[in-house]
Design a protein around this ligand. Sequence first.
Ligand SMILES: Cc1ncc(COP(=O)(O)O)c(C=O)c1O
Length: 375
Amino acid sequence: VSGSTIPILRPYTGAEEADAVRRVLESGWLGMGEVTREFERRVAALAGARNAVAVATGCAALHVALAACELGPGDEVIVPSLSFVGGVQAILAVGARPVFCEALPGSATLDVDDAARRVTPRTRAIMAVDYAGFPCALDEVAALAREHGLVVIEDGAHAFGSSYGGRPVGSIADVTAFSFDPVKSVTCGEGGALTTDDDDLAERARLCRNLGVGDDAASRQRVDRGWDYRTLVQGFRYQLSDLNAGIGLAQIDRFETFRRRKQELLSRYLARLKKTDALRPIAGDVGESFPFLCVVRVSGGKRDGVMRALAAEGISSSVHFPPNHLQPAFAAYASPLPVTERLYGELLTLPLYYGLRDDEVDRIAASVRTFVEAG
Ligand SMILES: Cc1ncc(COP(=O)(O)O)c(C=O)c1O
């Protein structure tokens, strides 16, 4: 039966976001200003961090995070190959070298033991990537980092609003990058932020997102700013606009409602997609998380067939992520990663978004089970 297609992700916006945009338009100040500053305060509070620095995208947040950690040529950054391409591009953008490590099949997050084997005298940082709304093994990452004096840069793009052992994501790593892109659980339309308790790091990040121009609060956020400015360091045009921050604030106002609904939807999936040898959901503690994706592992070489069968029923599915070490642009940094490559053939992302209905979850889960068993 093919009906209208169910997407894997869909933003949820309504009158609140439209009102927020209208208010910014009517204010006569569209760029980074007071609305962005309020957004930063709310992000910092939810992430349990002293500082939040808002930027244009999650990729910009990763780039700024690496730059603010003063990473550059000669430095190695360990990163799971199974992560979004933006993290690797950010490592290259500061001139550092990505060192790809394996992922754990159970969580699709970095294998800390494998990461430990890849530490060299040049290793300066670990990019700890959260997956599907569930944090990676942050305590183990912190222990490895302490042992070798490494910086932990968390890619929390999937995990805004989630916790780890009762601590909010954004309050644990040295610096955490978030994405508020169109399909994330909280969106700004496009947007990102980094959080950190290190005030000096936050100050370097603020400079970096503002073309290296000092005093961004006073100079860029006032209508009556002067024509003169001082450029102190290398930086980028990465500010988040008040228009985008307004959308994000309207979303954050409904944060608890959004999170509860996504927890309900994922729990409903998990109750219907019970673990078997052929089908293994990837999910941590749903109660502690703000679920982002619903991901299962389909073994026995059946994944692609299941995707095709779902598509014929009007159900979209996807794969997070094509491994970075297999990307042509990163061939110079690649070596075989057998666990990641096997996982890549098994991962299947199913529809999960605020507006998804219970009966749609039931239908998708039933189809997945049927196709996995039939496959
Ligand atoms: C793991 C991860 N990191 C970073 C990003 C980048 O975020 P953005 O799209 O806001 O640049 C994404 C986006 O999907 C992501 O999935």
